[in-house]
Design a protein around this ligand. Structure first.
Ligand code: HEM
Ligand SMILES: *[C@@H]1O[C@H](CO)[C@@H](O)[C@H](O)[C@H]1NC(C)=O
Ligand SMILES: *[C@@H]1O[C@H](CO)[C@@H](O)[C@H](O)[C@H]1NC(C)=O
Length: 324
């Protein structure tokens, strides 16, 4: 064998290895844009930080936007598409998801720098992470290389997104449908340490729970009184902090102690103490300095891998709200 044919053999072998590994894995990587758009992360950080500086609430909003995208059809930016039958119209999204304007702004600035290169799905992943980092207290690794989908369905979103009145069994099965475990569900629910809910979302829990009792009896009584003060009967518009145990919205461990005390806003949150295995996880998280952050980071990485389009699948949208 000549040295050049030996070299060809070696290259072929390496090539085969790359093909084998990439077909096994989700194919995302932290360095995906290293040569195609090397400054994309810095640019996204820059733009998103500006927005968070003027409105801190947008940190949690972008985290939720990312969650809702990944949970329906995978992380393919389907949540961003306009349309009378798109995910935006779903019960869990309509008048509720926020931050679309920020994503559009980031996308425009990234397009100006690297036209046609960075997907909206990746911009969403990076923006959520940068936003929460600027918000303070939590970060996670973002892998890249997602491509954008061309389909967005209100029916799928209504079927897949967990509703706030879900019981434990329903939550576990909705997460299992996505390949996520009960523990992933409990850990990711810790995101409700931050952010806001509309009073509309908790009206029935406070005022028309059942024919037996107007108020959900699992709400700790003084907490119910306090929620009713902030959300008067019929109030659909006011927004209130989900973690009421603090005066400023910060990333912390309070969520899990709130679950234990009966001081969480949704039935879905409260249901985490109704199952003994879940309660054990809740109790383990309810320790300052506990493993919440690292477990949350691992779960976010898993979330970011859901149903991703890679390689030649999908497209790189020019604008995030419509397909090319
Ligand atoms: C376990 C099932 C879950 C349910 C039932 C649920 C439900 C909800 C609801 C109903 C709201 C308030 C919407 C409104 O009133 O407009 C909300 C807000 C929020 N959720 Fe969840 N969620 C769940 C899991 C998650 C996960 C896994 C994450 C992220 C990893 C997340 C992040 C957030 C954030 C950050 C907010 C605040 C958004 C804002 O302030 O704009 N949630 N969630
Ligand atoms: C990368 O982007 C950041 C933030 O927008 C900017 O400050 C920096 O100058 C950029 N670097 C290069 C090499 O373009
Ligand atoms: C949970 O909700 C589903 C759907 O409403 C219901 O069929 C099921 O019986 C509930 N499970 C429990 C344990 O309450």
């Amino acid at each position: 064998m000549t040295s050049s044919s030996l070299m060809k053999c070696v290259l072929l072998f390496i090539g085969a290895l790359v093909v084998v590994t990439s077909s096994v894995d989700a194919q995302l990587s932290t360095t995906f844009y290293a040569s195609k758009c090397p400054n994309v992360t810095a640019k996204v950080a820059d733009v998103v930080k500006g927005w968070i500086k003027s409105d801190r609430q947008m940190g949690p909003a972008l985290l939720r936007l990312y969650f809702h995208d990944c949970f329906v059809r995978g992380c393919d930016a389907s949540a961003l598409l306009d349309g009378s039958q798109s995910e935006k119209q779903a019960a869990g999204n309509l008048n509720s998801l926020r931050g679309f304007n920020i994503i559009d702004d980031v996308k425009a600035k990234v397009e100006a720098m690297c036209p046609g290169v960075v997907s909206c799905a990746d911009i969403l992943a990076l923006s959520a992470k940068e936003a929460m980092e600027a918000f303070g207290g939590i970060t996670w690794t973002v892998t890249l290389g997602r491509r954008d989908g061309t389909v967005s369905s209100v029916t799928e979103a209504n079927n897949d997104l967990p509703p706030p009145f879900a019981n434990f069994t329903q939550l576990v099965s909705l997460f299992a449908k996505k390949g996520l475990t009960m523990k992933d569900m409990v850990i990711l629910s810790g995101a409700h340490s931050v952010g806001f809910t509309r009073c509309a979302t908790i009206q029935s829990r406070l005022y028309s729970f059942s024919t037996v009792t107007p108020t959900d009896p699992t709400i700790e009584p003084s907490f119910a009184t306090s929620l009713k003060k902030q959300c008067k009967q019929g109030d659909q518009n006011t927004i209130i902090k989900m973690d009421q145990s603090k005066s400023t919205d910060t990333w912390d461990f309070n969520y899990y102690s709130n679950v234990i005390k009966g001081k969480v806003v949704f039935q879905s949150d409260q249901t985490l103490r109704t199952d003994s295995a879940a309660l054990k996880i809740v109790q383990a998280q309810n320790k300052a300095g506990g493993p919440f952050n690292s477990e949350f980071q691992a779960a976010m990485l898993k979330l970011g891998n859901l149903g991703v389009l890679t390689g030649k699948q999908g497209q790189i949208r020019k604008k995030c709200n419509k397909i090319n």
